[in-house]
Design a protein around this ligand. Structure first.
Ligand code: NAD
Length: 438
């Protein structure tokens, strides 16, 4: 089978490379010429463990190719995935202009039956909108009766940093379609996963679209929930790690996404929760739980900054060593990262920032040209007044704390990811602060 993927970002590229690995012929299209030029040489423009090798191997084996010309992908393919960005608009709703652009282009180049699949996260109703747009385009060029097509929703649940594993071994594959033919083609495409008994949820386009938003909103709510419990723990002398463990062992609750910290970030949770709120508003439905999860998350960022100022006092002229910039480990993605909020607040307070991140520093340079990028965590700690762990990269879990202490001007240590043992660290002479374990 031959498929086309429009949009070669995180989702499109991972999807394309993984399907190619399954033996499918894949044409990836992106309008960004620089990106396509690099990809043709096997250069992945962002950090994702294992993706370079996968892309390079499949280019070599001629199953994966890149182009800026959408016609190439449409002509050759039975299935066309749309994986372009759906960033937030000013009011929080999802921007669909890239989706519309692509739908129009597909209609322009269609030459036979196609299954058009949205992998992008799109509001409920977008599948129908794409169908309407393509139909009216085909009608205008007089080929509606000759060309048939189906629109399918196949939302993506991969996590940045573990994207290949998530694609190859997903918890489930969701396919929303109104046609048996389209479902059969999707099942055939995903055959390797079907064979390893991955659960498939076959449903309507609308339900599939909503499954994605509801899943992200639920996970975001779990994060905000444990963060609020952590703030209470700080006041009543409980330990949020133990509370979360005690809760998470209940199988009805589960242990995932119960890690207290500086709040959720990234390209999905903040954007998708807001877009879902806007969608509900449009339908006069109040999603008060999700609304609360979003505002608790915004508050959590402020609480982290206040934690620092409460113990350090005036920050003007002080230097803070920030460890970790990406919104989570194993990615260089800074979109909506807690570190970005914290650094902005520190700069407004006229504090100086020294920072280290294993892979995200290149992306951060353009955002923060006036902070100091260091060669390792020890270099960041040098002559700083405090160490702040913002992202829990594995390499920060076992730092030589004696060495760090020797480098800091003052022994303030803010562990916003709860990765160190408070007793041990305090015994070493640090003034140690974490989240919900005071
Ligand atoms: P991205 O910004 O990394 O990639 C989008 C790509 O689409 C860009 O390379 C852009 O140049 C390209 N593009 C835009 N308009 C185009 C057009 N008309 N023709 C060709 N290419 C075009 O975005 P992403 O993170 O891959 O997200 C894509 C979608 O998947 C979003 O809806 C997002 O919410 C969803 N999603 C993302 C993740 C994630 O972890 N990043 C996970 C699940 C779902």
């Amino acid at each position: 089978m031959h498929i086309g993927i429009i949009g070669a970002g995180y989702v499109g590229l991972v999807t394309g490379a993984c399907f190619a690995e399954f033996g499918i012929f894949v044409t990836c299209v992106d309008k960004d010429e620089k990106k396509v030029k690099a990809l043709k040489k096997g250069k992945v423009p962002f950090y994702e463990p294992g993706l370079d090798e996968l892309v390079q191997r499949n280019i070599k084996q001629r199953r994966l190719k890149f182009t800026t010309n959408i016609a190439d992908a449409v002509n050759d393919s039975l299935v066309i995935f749309i994986a372009v960005g759906t960033p937030p608009r000013g009011d929080g709703s999802a921007e669909l202009k890239h989706i519309d652009e692509v739908a129009n282009e597909i209609a322009k180049h269609m030459d036979g039956y196609k299954v058009i699949v949205t992998k992008s996260t799109v509001p409920v109703g977008t599948g129908k909108r794409i169908k309407r747009m393509i139909s009216s385009r085909l009608k205008a060029k007089g080929s509606l009766s000759a060309l048939s097509f189906d629109v399918v929703s196949n939302p993506e649940f991969l996590r940045e940093g573990a994207a290949i594993e998530d694609f190859m071994r997903p918890n489930r594959v969701v396919v929303g379609a109104d046609s048996q033919q389209a479902v059969a083609i999707m099942k055939d495409l995903y055959k390797p996963l079907y064979l390893i008994e991955t659960p498939f949820v076959i449903t309507s386009v609308e339900s599939a679209e909503l499954i994605k938003y509801a899943s992200n909103a639920f996970l975001a709510t779990k994060v905000s929930f444990i963060n609020e419990i952590a703030n209470l723990c700080d006041e009543v002398g409980a330990d949020v790690n133990i509370v979360a463990k005690g809760m998470g062992l209940d199988q009805r609750i589960g242990s995932k996404f119960l890690h207290a910290g500086p709040g959720f970030g990234g390209s999905c949770f903040p954007k998708d929760t807001r877009a879902l709120l806007r969608l509900a508003e449009k339908h006069s439905i109040e999603l008060s739980v999700i609304r609360a999860a979003v505002s608790a998350n915004e508050r959590q960022r402020h609480i982290m900054f206040e934690k620092i100022t409460r113990v350090m006092g005036e920050l003007k002229g002080k230097t803070l060593a920030i460890l970790g910039l990406s919104f989570k480990p194993n990615t260089d993605d800074l979109r909506d990262a807690p570190s970005v909020f914290l650094i902005e607040r520190l700069r407004r307070a006229k504090a100086r920032v020294r920072t280290y991140d294993p892979v995200a520093m290149e992306n951060a340079r353009s955002l923060f040209p006036d902070i100091v990028f260091c060669k390792d965590p020890y270099d960041a700690a040098k002559d700083s007044d405090a160490l702040v762990i913002v992202t829990e990269w594995n390499q920060f879990r076992n730092l030589d704390l004696e060495k760090i202490k020797g480098m800091l001007r003052q022994p303030f240590f803010f562990d916003l990811r709860n990765i160190y043992d408070p007793e041990k660290v305090k015994k070493m002479g640090f003034k140690y602060f974490c989240v919900g374990r005071t």
